[in-house]
Design a protein around this ligand. Structure first.
Ligand code: OOG
Ligand code: MG
Length: 262
């Protein structure tokens, strides 16, 4: 399929408006069933351009659907990526006004901060680790703009991979401090354990997710510049939250990160 520039712009505006005003839309592939992943990515980059044009800064990137738990939960078989804008960032322990969101879910993730450019289709886990300044525990709040949180890979990529908010914990580690594939996470909702997992759930090693982002960006002649914050994707399935819910995620040796929905 070849979408005209005007269609890309129209669809970007449509999805961004749903994000900003917190309402559901039907998935865009219902109207454009032949849309390609590359066109969906054009839409995402147009949403990013719109935000930058209004003065927002892009503060990082995220990978999505990098774990089997997530792929199974969403019925999708390949990862997607998205960008993080400045206003997505929340403080640890923050109260999140749920009215700003549609049907939020939370995910336990680890995030990498790079200190060298990463580029090309064949970046390895070791290359990512040696280009990593810090690793931090994080919670991502995702909020698909699509009705009932149902989509395919193409429509979710266009929708900035459901990105909406994130929070980073206060303890950072050096990449060599831990084996990131065995790092454990336990998520509690209102004091009850709801999900648990280990780093290897994410593509066998969370650094492999950063490598995959480099390769996906390479398809557009983009790179991961030094100093990029990258969320590597939910280790467990995502957990739906409602007003009044408290979420706390404990990370093995890396403290806890929490949020409350109000
Ligand atoms: C897509 C985004 C998934 C992750 O960490 O796997 C994601 C979605 O499930 O809505 O952020
Ligand atoms: Mg995520």
């Amino acid at each position: 399929m070849t979408l005209a520039k005007a269609d890309i712009e129209k669809l970007a505006e449509h999805l961004e408006k749903a994000e900003l005003e917190a309402y559901e839309v039907t998935k865009i592939t219902d109207d454009y069933p032949d849309m390609t992943m590359s066109e969906a990515t054009d839409i995402q980059w147009e949403i990013r351009r719109r935000k930058e044009e209004r003065g927002h800064k892009i503060v990082g990137m995220k990978m999505g659907l990098t774990s089997w738990a997530k792929m199974k939960q969403m019925g999708v078989e390949k990862p997607c990526y998205g960008f993080l804008a400045d206003y997505f960032s929340l403080a640890d322990g923050a109260e999140v006004p749920i009215d700003e969101l549609i049907h939020p879910k939370v995910e336990a993730e680890v995030a990498f901060v790079t200190n060298r450019d990463l580029s090309g289709p064949k970046v390895t886990v070791d290359e990512v680790l040696s280009a990593t300044e810090l690793v931090v525990p994080a919670i991502e709040i995702i909020d698909s703009r699509y009705k009932d949180f149902k989509f395919d890979l193409v429509s979710v990529q266009a929708d900035n991979s459901s990105s909406t908010r994130y929070v980073v914990g206060s303890r950072a580690a050096k990449p060599e401090d831990f084996d990131w594939s065995t790092i454990g996470v336990v998520m509690q909702k209102n004091g009850k354990v709801v999900e648990l997992g280990a780093g290897a759930s994410v593509l066998d090693h969370p650094a492999a997710s950063v490598a995959m982002l480099a390769s996906m960006l390479h398809e557009r002649n983009e790179i991961i510049p030094a100093g990029t914050f990258v969320m590597t994707g939910g280790i467990t399935a995502a957990v739906l939250v409602e007003r009044g819910d408290s979420i706390i995620v404990r990370y093995q040796d890396l403290g806890a990160v929490s949020l409350r929905f109000v």
